[in-house]
Design a protein around this ligand. Structure first.
Ligand code: HAM
Length: 414
């Protein structure tokens, strides 16, 4: 068989799957601490949901969706992101009628037909949050702080928080006109993609990474100078709370994001360690989205982070909470005794490696060295008779005798 994983998809295994689990575990803990509850939505939805939610003129909807007809003739799409699905679920279950304010978090695979490269895949995983029902600026700042704190807790360093405000619908329409006017004599300088964007979605020309486009927008009118009074005040308040929460940020007046639903605050947490795929976490406010999807006007704000990008940045050691332990048993007689101890310690939450077949001390020590164990519990005939073990600290090369009860208590943290 010579079938390989489809281009842009990959297996996550061994050390990477451990990393993956650790990230998801830390994220759920942090999300729960902030009062978010988990939501699990289907991996595919009606195509119309994403068209309407994300916007017809966006790259995602125009070029990147995995859309197909199912056997019943319905057009369905593998979700390219999580927000539209969470809004659909929020409306379908009439959650807004049951509670004024709701907060959700999610994990899961997303699908976009993009050109694969390091940090960019066709199937990738996101973890994200969405909060509905409040337009308070303090919530925007709290969500940004949550995202930044989460990445910090996972162990990622040297990140930059970039923020901007794209205003509401009206100021964006007015700004769009000004921008089109400004760009009208510069269209020739734009890259091929931006020539199309100029027609369909001119704001996206602002954050194009191509040099000639950046040059062309150098003196473009500034979004935040074209906001209403209320929008400006909201943005100022977001910044005030970010200062209060000690979150360092940079204002990036050209940050506009690639999805149509944003209003007011937008933000990205970026690194310079991943080349062109430097955005690790991104989001913003989307006060008009619930209404666009057919609900009562309900403000919302959230973000999503790319798990694979986090993994690329992660130093594995930072997430190893408990030192792994290996049980080394010598001679067939001590097998049952050793496996019973392994079971007992595992039930207490200790990560144990143990050899299945009788092997020499040397062979076992060599193997556990490879596994990166920090301690070895050594059990031979004598230890078994005395209900004891030899505990070896592999780094410091010390060895001490303990009773079984004591060794269990050590790992229970007693
Ligand atoms: P997004 O910027 O499209 O936003 O994606 C969020 C994050 O997902 C990116 O910053 C990146 O880390 C990761 N990501 C996106 N595409 C790929 C890819 N092809 N391969 C690997 N990672 C990728 C959204 O999806 C919005 N739903 C975020 C949001 C939630 N806004 C409000 N609430």
């Amino acid at each position: 068989m010579n079938i390989k994983a489809v281009r842009g998809t990959k297996d996550i295994l061994f050390k990477d799957s451990e990393k993956f689990n650790n990230i998801v575990n830390v994220a759920s803990e942090v999300f729960e601490n902030y009062g978010y509850g988990r939501i699990i939505t289907p991996i595919f939805e009606e195509t119309a949901l994403f068209k309407r939610g994300i916007g017809e003129g966006t790259d995602i909807v125009e070029k990147e969706m995995y859309t197909f007809e199912d056997k019943g003739g319905r057009s369905v799409t593998l979700r390219p992101e999580g927000t539209a699905s969470v809004v659909r679920s929020y409306l379908e279950h009439k959650i807004g009628k049951q509670e004024e304010f709701s907060k959700f978090y999610y994990f899961g695979p997303m699908f976009r037909y993009e050109r694969p490269q390091a940090g960019r895949y066709r199937e990738f995983n996101q973890l994200g949050v969405e909060a509905f029902g409040s337009s308070e600026a303090v919530l925007d700042a709290e969500v940004i702080s949550l995202g930044y704190g989460l990445l910090e807790k996972i162990g990622i360093e040297e990140l930059e928080v970039q923020i901007n405000s794209v205003g509401g619908k009206e100021s964006r329409i007015a700004y769009r006109e000004k921008l089109v006017d400004y760009l009208s004599d510069k269209v020739e300088l734009l890259c091929e993609d931006c020539k199309t964007r100029y027609e369909k979605n001119p704001l996206r020309v602002l954050d194009c990474k191509v040099k000639s486009c950046q040059e062309a927008t150098k003196d473009a009118p500034v979004l935040t100078e074209n906001l209403s009074e209320e929008e400006t005040a909201h943005y100022e308040e977001v910044k005030k709370y970010l200062d209060a929460f000690d979150v360092k940020y940079t204002e990036n007046p050209k940050l506009v994001r690639g999805l149509d639903y944003y209003s007011k605050t937008v933000f990205e947490i970026v690194t310079n360690k991943l080349g062109a795929q430097g955005t690790v976490l991104a989001g913003g406010r989307y006060d008009g989205l619930v209404e666009t999807m057919g609900g009562k006007a309900t403000p919302g704000v959230g973000f999503a982070a790319g798990v694979e990008r986090i993994m690329l940045l992660l130093d594995q050691d930072k997430l190893t909470k408990k030192a792994p332990v290996a049980i080394v048993w010598l001679g067939e007689e001590s097998k049952e005794f050793s496996f019973k101890l392994a079971e007992r310690l595992r039930k207490d939450g200790v990560k144990i490696n143990i050899e299945l077949k009788s092997k020499s001390m040397r062979a076992q020590m060599k193997k556990i060295d490879k596994l990166g164990a920090k301690y070895a519990i050594i059990i031979g005939e004598d230890e078994m008779k005395n209900n004891q073990v030899q505990l070896k600290n592999l780094k410091e090369r010390t060895q001490t005798v303990y009773s079984i009860e004591d060794v269990v208590a050590i790992w229970k943290g007693e």
